[in-house]
Design a protein around this ligand. Sequence first.
Ligand SMILES: C[S@@+](CC[C@H](N)C(=O)[O-])C[C@H]1O[C@@H](n2cnc3c(N)ncnc32)[C@H](O)[C@@H]1O
Length: 134
Amino acid sequence: MNQQIACLDQRVRSYSPLIMDTKGPALETINKLADENHSFDIIFLDANKDQYWEYYQVIMDRGLLAPRGTIVVDNALFFGQVYSATRDTNGEGMKTFNENVSRDPRVTTVLVPIRDGVRLIRRDEDMLAKRLAD
Ligand SMILES: C[S@@+](CC[C@H](N)C(=O)[O-])C[C@H]1O[C@@H](n2cnc3c(N)ncnc32)[C@H](O)[C@@H]1O
């Protein structure tokens, strides 16, 4: 397995020096990227759903999503659990995430009901620059 991962790492790196291959808990990685002042036009979320709201807050509050950038969120329906009476921790996390994002005035968002649901979130304006200017 480690050999397969090493081989994949090498292939990923060979595509472009712009590609960073980082391993570790996602919340730590996201905060490290913010510490290094990175900013992205597109961010794809597809990890543990119970921390999505935490990931989102760091992404938005620490400037990781560029102005007019888009976050693409997989499994936004989480196998129907977001609208079911019973759900596990990931289903609960996705429900909370969907509800909170829908109320965030910084973004325009739509849930596309294909397969397991894809939520698209666009940052409407550069709130970070606005905040820094204040
Ligand atoms: C659904 S898979 C992602 C599949 C990937 N998007 C692809 O197309 O190959 C979810 C991945 O997130 C990883 N993951 C889950 N929780 C994580 C966390 N807290 N930090 C980092 N990675 C995590 C899992 O190990 C798994 O590899």
